[in-house]
Design a protein around this ligand. Structure first.
Ligand code: ATP
Ligand code: MG
Length: 583
């Protein structure tokens, strides 16, 4: 039996035990009463026999049997029955029955014993009177023969009372038993079942299942308890929903932060990090673990150790070395106390792009200034000469004017390139582009036609080897400009006798390629060739009027169309520049 059931069934069990104990006690009392009653009856009957003997014995001695008989007959069997039996067993007198009808009494136990000189008391059922009696017999010796005097009283009334008491007790027992049975049933169905249901519900709730249904009893003490439990569960649900909502909100904010945030244990293991941190350290796999010790940032590890030791925050620029390229990170660390433990909170921002932009801007300004300076110096020099020299020959004047025209054209081209780059960047940032359907095959033909005069002048063969009809969404003029830039470069720098143009569709891309068979470009330049102002052959390019913006423009035009530009080249064998655009 479980402790709960022990408490529940304790009451009926106690009542049952009480009833049983009461019955035992009653039975014992009754036995005591019976014993003492019988003892009293025996003593009384013996005393009464002695008294009667005092009266009857002298009568028998004197031979007055008739008087003795009359004396005996004067008693009634209800109070005291007197019998006088002679030695042959014949009943001479009896106050209960007429002596004549009574049979031979010599076989009666008490009488036989009395004749042997043993006064005896017995209780037995009287067949002549049909009731329980208590008998006492004693010997009356006389000169006219021996007699036995027997006194008797009925014990029926006492026995009847005892039987009645026993019956009452049995009834009480039955009643008590029924009460216990009913109480048990009541507990089983009205108390135990709802308690069990409530207990099950409470267990489910405590193990986190707040959707458990709680059965509310119709009435009884458990109704209030069940209602309270239900209300408590509802409150818990509301609280939990609020907590979840708040946590989701915090998570959303946490993950929306552009800064990487991490919470580390003193051993360097990350226990929480946001999306930016996962992106930074590649922690998207389900089994991904971050540990500062193995992160490849020894400087940060040292700073973290120091911060945890001294309990002080820190700020530092850290280089994060990775195979894909190093990153410059700005890291702030704070020590957080949680109970007994210390945790380290890191906020990390990536400075790489910002630094790149900064150096890019200063480089750009330096490059622009440098590119402008050379033609400007030439122009200023030419103008000063024209102003100062009065008797200048017509040939020299013509040469100076030539320089002026050439350098201002160069300046103009430079400014145009810079402006078109700036315009491209604006377009890239501002995604509202007015793209239309562009037939790339026509673009290729137009670009070739634009460059044909220059090719003929330089005696370079310019031809289209493949021109697959292809359409993309884009800006027709920009795409044409990109192809022209590539053809011009091939004509200007490669020294190739032939330049081949092609338009193909490969792997879901439209690919325009401009191929020459000239000097080629060494692999060291491949990574930077599309950067602004990057020149491969510095002196030669400058002589030829290049500023290094053409390929940067090509790259930006490709990117604006969600594509990319690439270069394949083997030095001495030529170059193939490609513009790849998604179809
Ligand atoms: P711009 O195009 O702005 O007038 P540019 O031609 O010098 O100036 P880019 O078009 O960006 O600048 O080219 C960069 C450099 O790459 C050139 O100066 C040249 O040295 C080299 N280059 C470009 N195309 C070829 C080619 N087909 N063969 C060999 N070298 C090339
Ligand atoms: Mg160019």
């Amino acid at each position: 039996m479980k402790p709960r059931d022990r408490i529940l069934f304790g009451l009926p069990l106690a009542i049952g035990c009480g009833v049983l104990l009461f019955a035992l006690l009653f039975y014992w009392q009754q036995r005591l009463f019976e014993a003492s009653y019988m003892q009293d009856a025996r003593r009384n009957i013996e005393q009464e026999a002695q008294l009667v003997a005092h009266i009857v014995r002298p009568l028998l001695d004197q031979g007055k049997l008739a008087e003795a008989r009359a004396f005996c007959d004067s008693f009634t069997s209800d109070t005291l029955r007197l019998s006088l039996i002679d030695a042959s067993g014949k009943v001479e007198a009896d106050s209960g029955e007429r002596a004549a009808i009574l049979s031979d009494h010599s076989d009666r136990v008490e009488i036989r014993a009395a004749f042997l000189g043993q006064p005896t008391t017995v209780e037995r059922y009287s067949e002549s009177l049909n009731q329980w009696m208590i008998y006492h017999a004693l010997l009356l010796p006389s000169s006219h023969g021996n007699y036995v005097l027997r006194t008797a009283v009925p014990t029926d009334r006492a026995r009847q009372m005892l039987v009645l008491a026993r019956q009452n007790m049995a009834l009480s027992l039955l009643f008590g038993g029924a009460l216990v049975f009913m109480l048990t049933l009541y507990i089983l169905y009205r108390v135990r079942k709802p308690i069990l249901a409530l207990q099950e519900a409470a267990t489910a709730i405590s193990s986190g299942d707040l959707n458990t249904s709680i059965t509310i009893p119709q009435r009884g003490v458990l109704r209030d308890l069940a209602i309270s439990l239900g209300t408590m569960t509802e409150q818990l649900k509301i609280q939990l929903a609020r907590v979840v909502h708040e946590r989701n909100q915090k998570d959303a904010i946490f993950n929306a932060m552009s800064e990487a945030v991490m919470l580390l244990l003193p051993d360097g293991t990350a226990i929480k990090y946001n999306r930016a941190a996962a992106m930074l350290f590649g922690l998207f796999a389900p089994d991904a673990r971050f540990n500062l010790v193995r992160s490849g940032m020894p400087d940060l590890l040292a700073k973290a150790h120091q911060a945890l030791k001294d309990d002080t925050p820190f700020e530092s620029e850290i280089v994060f070395r990775r195979p894909e390229g190093n990153l410059l990170l700005f890291v702030k660390g704070y020590v957080i106390h949680q109970d007994e433990d210390k945790l380290l909170l890191l906020t990390i921002s990536d400075l790489t792009q910002q630094r790149r932009m900064e150096s890019f801007r200063s480089d750009f300004i330096a490059n622009v200034s440098h590119e402008i300076k050379t033609p400007l110096t030439c122009i200023v020099g030419a103008v000063e000469t024209l102003q100062e020299e009065e008797d200048i020959s017509p040939e020299a004047r013509a040469k100076l004017l030539d320089i002026l025209a050439q350098q201002s054209r160069r300046l103009n081209l430079l400014v145009q390139d810079i402006l078109s780059l700036a315009a491209l960047e604006r377009k890239q940032n501002n995604r509202r582009q007015n793209f239309t359907e562009v037939k790339l095959d026509s673009t290729l033909i137009n670009a070739m036609n634009l460059c044909l005069p220059k090719a003929e002048e330089m005696q370079i063969e310019l031809l289209i080897t493949e021109n697959m009809p292809t359409s993309v969404q884009g800006d027709c003029q920009l795409l044409e400009q990109a192809v022209v830039n590539l053809i011009n470069n091939a004509l200007t720098y490669s020294g190739s006798p032939r330049v081949e143009l092609a338009l193909k569709q490969e792997h879901g891309l439209a690919t325009i390629s401009v191929k020459d068979f000239g000097i080629g470009i060494a692999p060291v330049h491949h990574q930077r060739i599309f950067e602004r102002f990057y020149l491969v052959h510095q002196e030669r390019s400058r002589e030829l009027g290049g500023t290094g913006l053409g390929l940067a423009i090509v790259k930006h035009i490709a990117q604006l169309h969600h594509g990319y530009a690439e270069l394949e080249s083997t030095p001495g064998k030529g170059c193939t520049f490609k513009i790849n655009l998604p179809l």
